[in-house]
Design a protein around this ligand. Structure first.
Ligand SMILES: Cc1cc2nc3c(=O)[nH]c(=O)nc-3n(C[C@H](O)[C@H](O)[C@H](O)COP(=O)(O)O)c2cc1C
Length: 202
């Protein structure tokens, strides 16, 4: 029988706090999928629920021992620390990722370390350029970015605008059917392999 402690804890981070954001769609979809995934415990973290100040710490978070004077940052640290792996869902703004996401990444340090991260992005260039930048940030935080990522093109955004009632499962069905043999399953398999390997090593 599966022990709950053996389950891989994946935190899905929604990197847009914009009013009317599309990001809720892919983040909600990934969360629903992962909640039903064998061996996974998933939780969606919405940065709207963690309104942290702009990074202003006198000391580098790498030297703070996971103790922060700001209550919201401490709450964020505790959540991020629980994880074995992350899925970052990122928009693309002006050729990069969102400032709120960078702020949330910068506030912490050891919490991210030696854990894998997979990226989901969207936009007119499918968010690919934002993810290239995020990979560099992830490496500096000592995370392990996995090779596979999920890039959603503009058609997904248009379809959600023109059909507000469409379910996330229906909207993103092409990821599992038309992007090769179940692109989501390949993505999750890679993330879980890294998460299990790194958890054992940590
Ligand atoms: C300020 C701004 C800048 C944008 N710049 C880009 C861009 O450089 N590349 C791109 O693919 N899409 C760009 N877009 C389109 C966004 O990808 C699209 O609006 C997406 O829905 C944003 O994510 P969100 O709705 O979750 O906030 C931009 C949108 C905004 C609001």
């Amino acid at each position: 029988m599966e022990d709950n402690n053996d389950r891989i804890r994946i935190k899905i981070i929604l990197g847009s706090v914009r009013n009317g954001r599309f990001g809720e769609r892919p983040a909600g979809w990934i969360n629903d999928e992962l909640k039903n995934w064998n061996g996974v415990e998933a939780e969606l973290l919405d940065l709207k629920d963690y309104p942290m100040p702009f990074f202003d710490s006198a000391m580098s978070p790498s030297m703070l021992g996971k103790k922060y004077p700001n209550e919201t940052v401490q709450k964020w640290s505790n959540k991020i620390d629980e994880a074995d792996a992350y899925v970052i869902v990122s928009p693309e703004y002006n050729h990069g990722y969102s400032s709120v996401l960078k702020n949330a990444l910068d506030w912490l340090s050891p919490e991210w370390s030696r854990k894998p991260v997979g990226f989901v992005s969207y936009g007119s260039a499918s968010g690919a350029r934002a993810i290239e930048q995020l990979r560099q940030v992830a490496i500096e935080l000592n995370m392990v970015p996995i090779r596979k990522s999920i890039h959603l093109n503009w058609e997904f955004i248009m379809k959600s605008w023109s059909n507000k009632d469409i379910s996330n499962a229906e909207l993103f069905a092409p990821v599992r059917k038309d992007m090769g043999p179940d692109h989501l399953a390949d993505f999750v398999a890679e993330l879980l392999w890294m998460a299990k390997t790194l958890r054992a090593a940590r």
